[in-house]
Design a protein around this ligand. Structure first.
Ligand code: F0G
Length: 354
């Protein structure tokens, strides 16, 4: 049978039963793309480097892996409505899967701080979208209170089914490579995804499907780096709006992933993020959103500081969490605008210097 999404593919590793109504858009099965030019760009040309292009999920981000689980379980548990706080991608995914399930979807977003592509998705899928004065952390606090009434099901990553679904990203990587990579680099925001990947790698190595576990390398934006600083950031700032989070819900779990794997959680500047964002698009043909590029920016930073790593042939995977089309405004802001030209062949050739 053709591919049916992550629940059918990994059913025996997930908390579902024959009674679970599966709500799927055939998420997952995303490509692991070799990127040798990017390895040279990062100053580590000998690496066996791949990007996991999660932007190719149905709503354009990794959230779909968790959302197929969270919405299917909400339906199984006879919920009528779901709610989330979001920097954009969670709301886009929740809105899409909820519409498919016939559930009401309520979304709280930080005012003025989410990329237009994501907002347009939530709106088109019929979510009830509220913009709140405050940041993501404030919105999440409110959503927790609203869902505590039992009238709405919370579908942020503190919902354990989200983590269960998202761990399948690790399964796919191991299935593709026939083992776990040596290192995995990824952005960290609310810290659900690093928690999920680590859970996936542990489960697969316990089942002997992988002979090792990767070092988990998480990257926050410098202006929104609570885990690196060791304290919540009251007013997080970064152009990578998806990870503009000052008090991650899965903080402890992210530290556990780091410590148990022998990895690290560090920060990268907005300039480093934008430079990786451009390199991915212009040298490898892979367009991701700025937050996703924090993984590759982190790789470059790490390679610059660890000579043995930079000269190694380690197998490394960077997770590209969301598609570049989510945030076209950022793309147009960092690249030159198209030039105008007379509609004549000779004028065009002259412009081209040909
Ligand atoms: N990359 C992208 C594109 C994201 O949208 C997010 C989180 C992350 C990375 C970080 O993942 O939170 O599991 O550590 N976005 C959430 C949202 C917060 O609301 O869409 P995390």
């Amino acid at each position: 049978m053709s591919y049916q999404g992550i629940i059918e593919k990994y059913r025996k590793h997930l908390p579902v039963s024959a009674a679970t109504p599966v709500v799927s858009l055939k998420e997952g099965n995303t490509p692991l793309i070799p990127v040798p030019r990017l390895a040279r760009w990062a100053g580590a040309p000998g690496l066996r480097l791949f990007v996991k292009y999660e932007g190719l999920n149905p709503t354009g981000s990794f959230k779909d892996r968790g959302m197929t689980m969270a919405i299917s379980k909400a339906l199984e548990e006879k919920s009528r409505a779901v709610v989330c706080a979001s920097t954009g991608n969670t709301s886009a995914s929740a809105a899409a899967y909820a519409s498919r399930a016939g559930l009401r979807c309520v979304v709280l977003i930080p005012a003025g701080a989410i990329a237009l592509g994501k907002l347009s998705q939530a709106v088109m899928h019929g979510a009830e979208v509220y913009s709140v004065a405050g940041n993501f952390d404030d919105a999440l606090e409110m959503v927790k209170k609203v869902s505590a009434t039992g009238k709405l099901t919370l579908v942020n990553s503190i919902n354990p089914y989200r983590i269960e679904g998202q761990k399948t990203g690790a399964f796919e990587i191991v299935d593709d490579l026939s083992d776990a990579p040596d290192f995995q680099f990824m952005p960290v925001g609310n810290a659900g995804n690093i928690t999920a990947y680590w859970k996936g790698y542990k489960e697969y190595s316990d089942l002997k499907k992988a002979s090792r576990r990767p070092k988990m390398m998480g990257y926050q934006a410098e202006g929104a780096a609570p885990i690196v600083r060791g304290e919540p950031v009251k007013s997080p700032q970064t152009i990578a709006t998806a990870i503009r989070i000052g008090n991650p819900a899965s903080w402890k779990q992210a530290e556990a992933a780091r410590d148990e794997s022998g990895g690290r959680i560090d920060s990268v500047t907005d300039d480093e993020i934008l430079s990786a964002y451009k390199a991915l698009a212009s040298q490898e043909g892979v367009f991701c959103e700025p937050a996703s590029a924090a993984s590759v920016a982190g790789l470059k930073k790490y390679a610059a500081r660890d000579d043995a790593f930079a000269r190694s042939a380690a197998t490394v995977v960077c997770i590209l969490t969301g598609h570049g089309l989510k945030d076209p405004d950022r793309a147009m802001a960092v690249m030159p605008a198209p030039k105008s030209v007379e509609p004549r062949a000779d004028a065009i050739l002259k412009e081209l210097g040909l």
